[in-house]
Design a protein around this ligand. Structure first.
Ligand SMILES: *[C@@H]1O[C@H](CO)[C@@H](O)[C@H](O)[C@H]1NC(C)=O
Length: 324
């Protein structure tokens, strides 16, 4: 019998927009829709405060810009940062993860050397507060830290970031914390249409790929297992993977529409709730944070980057996603 509790379905609450409802309204939308887990990219007091006293568990980003000073400081520096940016606004009971840096390795070379020292100082500060069992620390990385991901069993991390990455993996192993990765099968689909079918990216079962006697029916599982194989190759076989961003846009690009977004996010949610796991780790649900609560109209880059919202700014679902 499997009595495993389903992993929570989280949603990213990105705020790079000038037309969002006030945070108190956003928190109402979140609670009335039964969402129990939220990722905040930075601990802005105005958006953090309204979560206080709710049942919502939070994954809070320590912004890249804050890493150098936390890394260069002492445990006290980290303690003061946590106190004034986070614990002054919400109770430690509500914090599930601290995400120290977002997509730093490979993409933000300036911050790379600050990630691990910042993590150590924050860990020491939490340790003094007896919070290291409750609050897990990691750092969210882009999927591009894998220089090869196909087939999954051949996956390897980019050699350029390996020294920092192995220090991160050792920390994650020693503290029972997860590897955090941002995974968009949408990007793989639009950039490699000759190899990746839409159905494979949308997690619709269809074609099968066999690797090491394991049967893969979608690109999401292949990507998660690629990370697991790549970690094994570095000697870390037991680290859990949390997907800190995944989603599908509703406009602004090839195959970007509400229908596909519903299929993709619906399949991801169903697999998490049912603890489906991946071929390499069957029955172990992958915790995900869906991107994004609302469209973000001030996002840079491709037009579709602005259109990941699951909810309209009026609080009505952009498509009929069932979250529980
Ligand atoms: C530390 O926290 C744990 C729960 O995470 C608790 O059981 C324990 O009593 C705490 N220790 C102290 C010294 O407060």
């Amino acid at each position: 019998m499997n009595f495993a509790i389903a992993v929570p379905i989280g949603i990213c609450y990105g705020r790079v927009a000038n037309n969002l409802p006030p945070p108190t309204t956003a928190v109402n939308i979140i609670t009335t829709n039964g969402i129990s887990s939220i990722r905040l990219f930075n601990p802005n007091p105005e958006s953090l405060q309204p979560f206080s006293g709710t049942r919502i568990q939070l994954a809070i980003g320590v912004p890249n810009e804050d890493l150098p000073s936390i890394a260069a400081g002492t445990t006290t520096t980290a303690h003061n940062w946590l106190q004034s940016n986070i614990f002054a606004h919400v109770s430690p009971d509500q914090i599930r993860y601290l995400i120290v840096g977002n997509e730093v390795f490979l993409k933000e070379p300036y911050y790379t050397s600050h990630v691990i020292p910042a993590i150590f100082n924050i860990y020491q500060a939490l340790h003094i507060l007896n919070l290291t069992d409750k609050i897990k620390i990691s750092s969210a990385q882009a999927a591009s830290i894998l220089s090869n991901s196909y087939p999954p069993s051949h996956a390897i991390f980019d050699p350029n970031i390996l020294p920092d990455l192995t220090r991160l993996l050792r920390f994650l192993h020693d503290t029972s914390s997860p590897l955090m990765v941002n995974v968009y099968t949408y990007f793989s689909y639009i950039n490699n249409q000759e190899y990746v079918t839409l159905d494979y990216a949308l997690l619709k079962s269809g074609s099968e790929m066999i690797d090491q006697n394991l049967v893969y029916e979608n690109l999401f599982d292949m990507t998660i297992d690629a990370f697991i194989y790549a970690m094994e190759r570095e000697g870390y076989g037991g680290i859990r993977v949390v997907v800190t961003e995944t989603g599908w846009p509703t406009a602004g690009g090839e195959a970007a529409n509400g229908e596909n977004a519903l299929v993709y996010n619906g399949n991801v949610v169903k697999r998490s709730l049912n603890n489906v796991g991946t071929p390499k780790r069957p029955g172990i649900g992958v915790e995900v944070f869906l991107f994004d609560l609302f469209d973000e109209n001030e996002k840079m880059g491709n037009e579709f980057e602005k259109h990941f919202g699951i909810f309209g700014i009026n609080g009505v679902k952009a498509y009929d996603l069932v979250l529980y």
